[in-house]
Design a protein around this ligand. Structure first.
Ligand SMILES: [Zn+2]
Ligand SMILES: [Zn+2]
Length: 325
């Protein structure tokens, strides 16, 4: 099934034609639970990773100040139990006993075990309009270390571009860490339904006079520029970042100082949990109208924030940076 973003309640470029040059395409990935394979684009699915290439292990220092660890395996089994429970029903005595056992597994989770990276996303260029890679590469693989890292208490992502036909023998089973910082860093296996949308910048990036005129317009017009007319929420490739936590400034490359581009947004929700005409709920795809499943990946960044992965426009070899907003 495709996913279709409803037209914006107001076309802001029709009201303010001078905003048109700031338009940028973003590709909403529209992840939904499924059973992706190594040949599919996915979130939380298996990567087409060569059997003879070492699986990465995080070498960054970890911020364990939260002091709370979980077993990845226990969390996966816990989600199955929750998913099997009919809406509104109590857990059976057997399910309660199993949940208690899983809690014990969490308590025993060994935070000194290797920080094996976890598969987060696999994006084939053929599936994701607007995604461009190094010459010859046709797939982007995103992994992260699901432990907190300084300074933002976030997972540390890693990008790997490759030519899929170079991979004949795929690693199996796919390695994963034993321990993670939070249950919120384990993505549910999801298939993708990419869709291109047009975005406009976060307000602070517009010329001052245009910002002022939009603010004045909002005083007598209902849709909010920030929430409904400019930036799509959810997992997306490209487009503009939202800077609602402040510090509106794209990072610069540590190797060459270039202003970096937003590659990927890893978001806590696909739209407001209230599907409807107000706020970000208007971004709920037509096909999902009425659905409460606004967080299909089950990934949560901080208190419902997004983790943006920025890359250098000069070289694919320059390391990415992340921003939490
Ligand atoms: Zn790490
Ligand atoms: Zn650079």
């Amino acid at each position: 099934m495709t996913r279709t973003t409803p037209p914006r309640p107001v076309d802001i470029a029709a009201v303010f034609p001078e905003i048109a040059p700031f338009a940028r395409s973003a590709t909403r990935l529209h992840p939904r639970p499924g059973t992706p394979g190594v040949h599919d684009s996915s979130v939380g699915g298996p990567l087409r990773w060569p059997a003879d290439e070492p699986w990465p292990v995080c070498a960054e220092p970890h911020d364990d100040s939260g002091g709370f660890f979980q077993s990845v395996d226990a969390e996966r089994r816990r989600r199955k139990i929750h998913a099997a429970r009919p809406a509104g029903a109590d857990f059976t005595p057997e399910q309660r006993a199993e949940l208690a056992r899983l809690g014990e597994l969490d308590a025993k989770a060994d935070s000194t075990s290797p920080a094996t990276m976890m598969a987060v996303a696999q994006l084939y260029l053929k599936d994701v309009p607007g995604l461009a890679g190094p010459p010859g590469a046709d797939v982007l693989q995103v992994l992260w270390c699901p432990r907190d890292h300084r300074p933002h208490h976030c997972p540390a992502p890693m990008l790997r571009w490759r030519r899929s036909t170079d991979v004949t023998d795929v690693v199996a089973p796919q390695p994963e860490p034993e321990v993670m910082s939070e249950d919120m860093y384990l993505p549910e296996p999801c298939v993708l339904h990419p869709e291109q949308v047009v975005e406009y910048p976060y307000r602070d990036f517009l010329p001052d006079d245009l910002q002022e005129r939009i603010s004045a317009w909002e005083e007598t017009n209902r849709p909010s520029y920030q929430y409904e007319l400019s930036l799509a929420p959810g997992w997306k490739v490209g487009g503009h970042a939202s800077w609602s936590l402040g510090g509106a400034k794209p990072p610069t490359c540590g190797d060459c100082d270039a202003a970096m581009d937003m590659l990927l947004s890893i978001d806590s929700g696909e739209w407001d949990d209230e599907c409807g005409p107000d706020g970000e709920g208007s971004w709920c795809p037509l096909e999902d109208d009425g659905s409460r499943e606004y967080d299909p990946t089950k990934v949560q960044i901080g208190r419902g924030y997004a983790l943006y992965v920025f890359t250098c426009p000069t070289s694919f070899d320059h390391p990415p940076k992340t921003v939490q907003q």
